[in-house]
Design a protein around this ligand. Structure first.
Ligand SMILES: *Cc1c(COP(=O)(O)O)cnc(C)c1O
Length: 426
């Protein structure tokens, strides 16, 4: 037995996850199949909690919205960063206390604001317009809304442009130079209790420097807010900590992030004589490496390239298509065989961009082999669709060699579920 990447092991040429043989899982549940290792979810969350013992860790539910995963994290004491009423509903149902939930979003409906106020969940307000709407809703409901403002700190992050969120031109947040004025307005509005400040600079960031810059800029703003006489109970620095998708890649761990930003946060709050709670909102770091997508080889075509056609498409994993992202590939039933050929792994969807991995050195691949796409726990299933008439696959949770279905596979009936024919077409 040897370790291939983090918690993933190889035994008798087969890839194992959480002590379970992936080839047996594929036989038992069919493919495509998402498989998550519960132990790894807990390990990743603990790494954050141990690095930031005084902070609250709000799991970013959009990274992986599976209810079982929310439940695991709720039992570990996680809070939640939610972006819709759907995520709020599930977080509460999973047992995450309302005091540890922040309702985010740059374009919330009045219904969503109403629900946040009724349920007593903090709201991260993204514009002055939204602030006024929320004030009216809170007044009508007779309950004060605890709010933070989402700040756009104008920090450029060396990541894919589609996941950089803290740039000046990003759609998220209030421009830094307008923040103090916005807090002033908030402190005068009925039904509004400004009590926090929030930012989130991007995702898959592989260096601590942008986080330090963001912390400094946020603490400058905190100083201005405190001068207005506002009592800040929390400073939410969002997340964005990247993970090593490529084997052997060196990336910062939560402890490195803590070493980089805590001195700034602690010094500045001490100098101001305040003690707000630090909140962090990791998504990717908690779940990305816990999960793999198992997919069966339908066909191998030797053409301009050696194409391996598998039974999963970008409807189940859109990151490579959308973000040009890299996922490590293992032939799960030949996991310790030496590489022999260069292959490009493609899905069955009628789109040129349906490519999971380009030019990978792998053992000889044949029809029926099982491919594992690694590190697919974040922004994988949660971004899935039924495109091309493809029902979504099942999700399985493994722990100490045992497995349970946490979401059953959709069938053809799910493609038809909400469709109706007007009478004239009957
Ligand atoms: C997506 C998101 C996160 C999580 O980001 P990761 O890079 O997955 O850790 C946190 N906060 C907000 C506001 C987000 O939109």
């Amino acid at each position: 037995m040897f370790t291939i990447k983090n918690h993933l092991e190889v035994k008798n040429n087969h890839l194992l996850i959480g002590g379970a043989d992936t080839t047996a899982l594929a036989e038992q549940y069919g493919t495509p199949l998402y498989v998550t290792n519960e132990t790894r979810v807990v390990e990743n969350f603990s790494a954050y909690r141990n690095a930031f013992p005084k902070a609250d860790i709000y799991y970013a539910a959009k990274a992986n919205g599976s209810f079982a995963i929310m439940r695991i994290l709720a039992r570990q004491g996680a809070g939640a960063d939610v972006f819709s009423y759907g995520e709020l509903y599930m977080a509460l149902l999973a047992g995450i206390p309302r005091e540890k939930i922040l309702f985010n979003g740059n374009s919330k409906t009045d219904f969503e604001l109403q629900k946040a106020v009724e349920l007593g969940v903090k709201v991260s307000v993204d514009s002055k317009d939204e602030l006024r709407t929320l004030s009216e809703i809170a007044e009508r409901t007779g309950k004060a809304a605890e709010i933070a403002f989402r700040v756009n700190p104008d920090v450029s992050t060396p990541t894919h442009p589609k996941i950089s969120t803290g740039l000046r031109i990003s759609k998220f947040g209030i421009p830094a130079e307008e923040v103090i004025d916005t807090y002033r307005e908030a402190s005068e509005l009925p039904g509004i209790a400004p009590c926090g400040i929030h930012c989130h600079i991007g995702s898959q960031i592989l260096d601590t420097e942008p986080f330090v810059e963001a912390t400094q800029k946020m603490m400058d703003l905190v100083e201005g807010v405190v001068e207005l006489g506002i009592n800040l109970k929390f400073v939410d620095m969002g997340s964005g900590l990247g993970i090593p998708y490529k084997k052997g890649e060196k990336t910062p761990k939560p402890q490195d992030l803590a070493n980089a930003i805590l001195p700034v946060f602690n010094d500045r709050t001490k100098a101001l004589g305040i003690s707000p709670k630090l909140i962090l909102e990791p998504g990717r770091y908690i779940v990305a490496d816990t999960t793999l997508l198992l997919t069966r080889v339908n066909t191998v075509k030797i053409a301009a390239k050696n194409f391996v056609g598998v039974d999963a498409g970008f409807n189940l994993l859109i990151r490579p298509t959308m973000y040009d992202s890299y996922h490590h590939v293992v032939v799960a039933n030949k996991a310790s065989s030496p590489p022999e050929e260069t292959y490009t792994i493609v899905g069955p969807i009628c789109e040129t961009g349906d490519i999971f991995a380009k030019d990978r050195e792998l053992p000889r691949v044949e029809k029926g082999d099982l491919i594992a796409l690694l590190d697919t726990g974040a922004y994988g299933f949660s971004m899935s669709s039924q495109y091309n008439g493809r029902p979504r696959c099942a999700e399985v949770l493994v722990k100490d060699g045992e497995s349970d279905v946490i979401r059953s596979a959709e069938g053809i009936e799910d493609l038809m579920a909400k469709q109706r024919l007007p009478a004239r077409l009957m």
